[in-house]
Design a protein around this ligand. Structure first.
Ligand code: F6R
Length: 303
C-alpha cells in the first residue's frame, strides 16, 4: 500500500512532469503535421511547375534553337544535319531554298559529297520557288542558281531535281507542281527567311493553308532582291510561283537558317511562339515535326 501510495504520490507528483513529458511527446507529432503540410505544399508546387513546364515543352518542343557564332558555323551545322539524314536515308527527298543564306550550306554539302561522306545519287530535290517571267536559263533564275551553287558540283541525277516552272501557262505550272508535291513527301525542308518574315515567296498575309500559288512580290522583297539584278529594281521580276505554307508544313522536318541583324525581327517573332499570318515564318510554330532553327548571334540579337 505504502509502496502504491508512494507510487500514487510519485505519480501525482510526477503528474506535472508527466504532463510536460506528454507535451514533449506531442511536440514531435505537431512537428510531423507541420512537416507533412510543408511537404504537401512543396509537392503541389513541384507538380504544378511540372505541368506548366510540360505544357510549355509540348508547345515548343518542335523547335530546336541553335545559336552559333557566324555564317560559317551556321552553314556547317545545317549541312551536318542534312548529311546525317542522307546517310540514314540515301533516297531522301529534300526541299531546297535559294538566296544568299543557304549558299554556305550548299558549299559544305558539296565538300561532303566530294570527300565521299555522302552521295546524292538517289536524292530527289524540290525547290521552294521560281521567278515568273525569267527563262529557265536566265542567270538570275532560281534554276540557274541551284545549278550553279549545288547541282553541277554534286553527283545528283539532274532529273531528280525539281523547281516550279516560271515560264508558260502559270495556272498549269501551279497545278503541276502541286501534283508533284502531293506525290512526294519531303523529308527535310531547308528554309531561309525574308526580312518581313516571308518563307518561300509567301508574303505577309498568306493563309497558312495555301498550296502552290502565284504571288505578286512585295516591294520590300523586290528591293532586297535588286542586288542580284544590278541593283536595278526595274529588272527584278514582280511575280513568282511558290510552294504555299501548307506545302512547307507538310515536310516531315524543317531546317530554318538565318544570319545577320536584318533577320533579327523575323527570328524574334518566330521564337515568340505565336502563329500569325502577317509573319509567315511563325507558321513553323504549328509544324508537327521537328524544326531546327540555326541562326548566328546577330540574327539572335533580339531574343
Ligand atoms: C528563296 C526563298 C526566300 C529566301 C528569303 C531570304 O528560295 O525561299 O524566302 O529564303 O528571301 O533570302 P536571303 O537568303 O537571300 O536573305
Amino acid at each position: 500500500m505504502k509502496e502504491n501510495d508512494q507510487e500514487l504520490i510519485d505519480l501525482d507528483e510526477d503528474g506535472r512532469i508527466k504532463e510536460e513529458e506528454n507535451k514533449k511527446d506531442q511536440q514531435p507529432k505537431k512537428n510531423n503535421y507541420t512537416f507533412a503540410i510543408i511537404a504537401s505544399i512543396i509537392i503541389c508546387i513541384v507538380i504544378c511547375a511540372g505541368i506548366t513546364a510540360f505544357k510549355f515543352y509540348k508547345k515548343t518542343n518542335q523547335i530546336e534553337l541553335i545559336i552559333v557564332n557566324d555564317y560559317d558555323e551556321m552553314s556547317l551545322k545545317a549541312a551536318n544535319i542534312i548529311a546525317e539524314l542522307i546517310k540514314k536515308n540515301p533516297n531522301a527527298k529534300l526541299g531546297l531554298a535559294t538566296g544568299s543564306t543557304p549558299i554556305g550550306t550548299y558549299n559544305e554539302l558539296i565538300k561532303k559529297n566530294k570527300n565521299k561522306e555522302i552521295s546524292f545519287k538517289n536524292i530527289t530535290t524540290f525547290n521552294l520557288d521560281e521567278y515568273i517571267g525569267l527563262a529557265k536559263n536566265h542567270p538570275q533564275s532560281y534554276y540557274t542558281f541551284m545549278y550553279e551553287n549545288l547541282f553541277k558540283h554534286i553527283d545528283i541525277n539532274i532529273e531528280n531535281t525539281h523547281l516550279p516552272k516560271g515560264e508558260g501557262d502559270s495556272k498549269l505550272n501551279v497545278e503541276n507542281y502541286e501534283n508533284l508535291l502531293s506525290k512526294n513527301k519531303i523529308n527535310l525542308q531547308i528554309l531561309g527567311v525574308g526580312r518581313n518574315g516571308h518563307i518561300g515567296f509567301n508574303e505577309p498575309g498568306t493563309d497558312f493553308n495555301t498550296g502552290v500559288h502565284d504571288v505578286n512580290l512585295h516591294n520590300k522583297t523586290i528591293a532586297d532582291n535588286a542586288r542580284f539584278f544590278e541593283n536595278d529594281i526595274n529588272k527584278v521580276p514582280k511575280k513568282a510561283i511558290t510552294m504555299g505554307i501548307r506545302n512547307i508544313l507538310d515536310a516531315e522536318n524543317i531546317i530554318l537558317i538565318a544570319n545577320g541583324t536584318n533577320k533579327a525581327d523575323a527570328i524574334k517573332n518566330l521564337m515568340s511562339n505565336k502563329a500569325d499570318v502577317n509573319i509567315p515564318v511563325t507558321a513553323l510554330n504549328i509544324h508537327k515535326g521537328k524544326v531546327y532553327v540555326i541562326i548566328d548571334k546577330k540574327a539572335a540579337s533580339k531574343l
